[in-house]
Write a protein that binds this ligand. Structure first.
Ligand SMILES: [Zn+2]
Length: 333
């Protein structure tokens, strides 16, 4: 255990006022992942929607497992982001530099480098293959597991701060911006967003769509920092920050007033990205099903999960629960 961890635990145990930095003070975007997976179900055609609705609670609640797994499984954390700006110097377009295909990218930059700066776009392709194979095999356990988890990674593609090495701010003053954007604002406002995004559509090239989503997300990074800075520097600190109880401790967080102002100033960016994610998750699920030959999901709806799969889920849950109790874990990306 590190000295700083020991200090925090000691402080907690003697019930002193503990002021955690704001990036520890939120719930890691869980609300967004749940909402996106859930709403994506309603984009599906009649041949699919029954099966997915039948398992709606699983698909909703288990949407957060990949983030929980990031703390327990080696190699998982880097599947949630790509620091695309790492690969470009000032004035260069990183999307011209990083090859889209995994093998080409690996040849150019090495596996170690890609693992260090994130493999999200390529992991989506792995998940797509797994989901397609699960549909082909008509394996209910694997369809559910992979559909739920690919939904998570696609939502991460639509999160601008998952595409930059400055994922939690370029300056010390911007720290906490990651959780503010993807957790705080979602918790406060996402229930009122419009999730009517139309019917799921077939994707000709999932790899190209993946990169399009990353590029769209990355283009928003500058705006997020700019809006944050222009608001923060014009407001007194007691308007920007507030103190809230989280469990046993008091945490400094961004105030509701500041959250409201930044949400407004970004002009529905969070809503647009969540809608983009909902539609894309539906599109990827639909595409995997079509590519698998459109198996009969009415038939699968009646099958229950296998005992082995239930045991696996229970074991995973026990591990995640232990991790959930550690308050000072770093922000997953
Ligand atoms: Zn994630």
């Amino acid at each position: 255990m590190s000295i700083s961890k020991r200090c925090i635990i000691l402080l907690l145990s003697i019930k002193l006022l503990v002021i955690l930095p704001p990036w520890d003070a939120f719930s890691f975007g869980f609300a967004a992942h749940r909402k996106i997976n859930r709403m994506a179900i309603f984009t599906l055609p009649p041949e699919m929607v029954g099966f997915f609705k039948h398992h709606i609670e699983f698909i909703t609640e288990r949407s957060i497992d990949p983030d929980r797994r990031a703390h327990t499984v080696e190699g998982e954390a880097q599947r949630h982001y790509i620091d695309i700006d790492h690969f470009a110097d000032e004035g260069e377009n990183p999307f011209d530099i990083v090859p889209r295909e995994w093998e080409d990218a690996k040849k150019k930059f090495s596996n170690d480098t890609l693992q260090r700066y994130g493999v999200l776009p390529w992991h989506v392709q792995v998940m797509m293959q797994r989901l397609t194979r699960a549909f082909m095999a008509e394996n209910v356990d694997k369809i559910l597991y992979n559909a739920t988890h690919i939904g998570h990674y696609i939502a991460d593609l639509c999160t601008p701060l998952h595409t930059t090495k400055y994922y939690n701010g370029r300056t010390p003053e911007q720290r906490g911006i990651h959780a503010l954007w993807e957790s705080r604002l979602v918790e406060l406002y996402a229930d009122n967003y419009n999730y009517l995004v139309g019917r799921a559509e077939y994707i000709e090239s999932p790899l190209d769509r993946t990169w399009e989503l990353i590029e769209e997300s990355h283009l928003k990074v500058d705006t997020i920092y700019w809006v944050f800075d222009s608001l923060r520097t014009h407001l007194p600190p007691d308007v920007v920050y507030a103190y809230e109880m989280r469990g046993q401790s008091t945490s400094r967080t961004f105030s509701r007033t500041f959250s409201h102002k930044i949400h407004q100033a970004m002009d529905a960016m969070v809503e647009r990205q969540m809608r983009r994610a909902v539609k894309s998750v539906g599109d990827f699920w639909f595409t995997a099903w079509v590519n698998a030959g459109q198996p009969d999901l009415y038939k699968l709806e009646k099958r229950s999960l296998s005992a082995a799969f239930r045991r696996q889920l229970e074991q995973e849950e026990q591990i995640y629960k232990k991790i959930d109790q550690v308050e000072e874990r770093p922000t997953p990306r």
